[in-house]
Design a protein around this ligand. Sequence first.
Ligand code: PAF
Length: 282
Amino acid sequence: MEVVNTITVMQEKCENLRLSGKRIAFVPTMGFFHEGHLELMRVGREISDIVVVSIFVNPTQFGPHEDFESYPRDMESDLAKAEGRNVDLVFAPSVNEMYPNGYQTKIMVEKVTKHLCGLSRPGHFDGVTTVVAKLFNIAKPHIAIFGEKDHQQLTVIRRMVKDLDMDIRIVGVPTFREPDGLAMSSRNSYLNADERASALSLNKSLDLSEDLCHQGEREVLKIRGAIEAFILRHPHTAVDYITICDPHTLEDLEILKKEALVALAVKVGKTRLIDNRVIKPA
Ligand code: PAF
């Protein structure tokens, strides 16, 4: 496995791989790998010749009062884990390499960024689309792989790729969970034991929404109310949003008629966690 820190070397290596007929799968990450990340790499290995992973905590997708500085980082352990998954190439640039003096360009996807996390994290998705577009230009992948835990991110990236005619297949991989159902996230490392117990309320509340839907409840307000009450019964929780929306447009629904996305962002202590599930009326 090779580790590259500069854009020009990375572009040259990826160009040569393409010229030699190799298909490149790319897994963009912010590091601090858990099984969810490793699953993305496993899928990449399965569907391509070359697996490229980037490790870059992207400052432009964090708000001024968010956790950019304290975001967990462990490059040595990440490289060992990537090597264990037979990754071919890791791109780990510095902030200055990605955003040198004079940098001034942004990519903005309009409508699908205006819901869910886009409301509570203004500018977040501009940071994500901009860095992902840059990383695509650097790693030159045929396929890029993202987790479905961040359903909105996946939706926004699919939109960007379609709208800008990027010749890249976007693959979504189902959320990887701890045995007790907690969605894997690098931010889980912030939780103390009590908070971790309360964090289980996210996945359990998604079970509840699915049960209510299967029992015939069609009113979004009622399902939403039940989820909120359930989560708030757990200590240290504060709801950022609970939204039941169209999985493609992310627009709010009032009545469940076909499949719907239940998406949540909940603060558990100081840690903001997200989770989601697509539910379908019978
Ligand atoms: O999902 C993430 O880890 C990040 O948002 C991404 C896609 C690597 C962009 O920084």
